[in-house]
Design a protein. Structure first.
Length: 317
């Protein structure tokens, strides 16, 4: 297949909007632009005022007793068994057998742009095996067990494991910062954990402030590569937008919160529109014809300008 034919086929398959988003992303990656542009502002530059990093509860958690009444003793045993595995330092990746829960697959971390090929440099290992435990999905398992039992073993395990992640994953360095979607998934886990484990004596003020700072650091990573998420036109854009919205709601006192929320809703709504289609005229027998306004259609060039401006405004990495 000739190069021209390949490009033409890509345009037909993906559409001009996605191509227009993908090209500048690739140029930025290949030219090293992401490496040289300023990083997002370090949240601690403005000081570590606990009010600024206080994590606001945003979830309506179920009543533990109602859950226990529903799942019964057998269900509770299953919850505890799964959490006990994690507390013991193991995790089931992709539902397989338990393996050690570690976050340091490589030493001498490089800038996150060095890991965008899908494999770890110098090892050839599929990056998904590094990403999976670092998504912090195990947080929800520990959280369920703690919410139902108030067993402090699970709270202590949460903090020990999370602090291990922080120790081995310097912000914006290494494979676990290469994907905006992976970063967003961690935001969801950390915000949930902050609410579930807040009553624990292990959740002291220093730890909770450090957790708030980490959420801010994660949210600051996402805008730089929204062009890539937009080009994918799939769950990348929706999850990254959700991550921004979640961080904004959880840290309302932080300087960038309003910007995150604006970006999050902007691209979440565009993701829904582009992936599921615009509302259209439909007939409702009981109420007659209803027309839903899909809003103004922007041209691709204008959309690109907005995306580049947004990435630059927050600070590309």
């Amino acid at each position: 297949m000739s190069r021209i034919h390949f490009i033409w086929k890509a345009i037909l398959e993906l559409g001009p909007r996605q191509i227009i988003s993908y090209i500048p992303y690739q140029l930025a990656m290949r030219s090293g632009l992401y490496r040289h542009l300023p990083r997002p502002m370090d949240p601690t530059v403005e000081g570590t005022d606990s009010k600024k990093f206080t994590i606001r509860p945003i979830l309506e958690l179920p009543n533990p007793q109602r859950v226990l009444d529903t799942i019964g003793e057998k269900g509770l045993c299953q919850v505890r068994d799964a959490a006990d595995e994690i507390a013991a330092g193991t995790v089931r990746l992709f539902g397989a057998k338990p393996v050690p829960l570690v976050f340091s697959p490589i030493e001498n971390l490089e800038h996150w742009t060095a890991y965008h090929g899908g494999v770890l440099p110098h090892t050839g290992q599929d990056i998904k095996f590094t990403w999976e435990p670092a998504r912090l999905g195990w947080v929800f398992t520990l959280g369920r067990a703690y919410a139902l039992t108030k067993d402090e073993t699970y709270a202590q395990a949460f903090w020990d494991i999370l602090e291990s992640f922080w120790e081995h994953n310097t912000p914006y360095m290494g494979p676990n910062w290469a994907s905006g979607q992976e970063v967003a998934l961690r935001i969801l886990a950390m915000v949930t954990a902050a609410q579930i484990f807040a009553p624990s004596p292990h959740s002291n003020s220093d730890r909770l402030t450090r957790l708030g700072i980490s959420i801010a650091q994660h949210a600051g990573r996402i805008p730089a590569t929204l062009l890539y998420a937009r080009a994918q036109n799939n769950n990348h854009l929706l999850s990254e937008s959700t991550g921004l919205i979640t961080a904004a709601l959880a840290l309302p006192g932080y300087t960038q919160a309003q910007r995150w929320e604006r970006l999050g809703w902007k691209y979440f709504n565009r993701g829904l529109e582009s992936q599921f289609g615009k509302p259209h005229k439909c007939e409702v027998p009981a109420a007659g014809n209803v027309e839903q306004n899909a809003g103004k259609q922007e041209n691709p060039g204008s959309d690109l300008d907005h995306q580049v401006a947004d990435a630059g405004a927050v600070g590309a990495l």
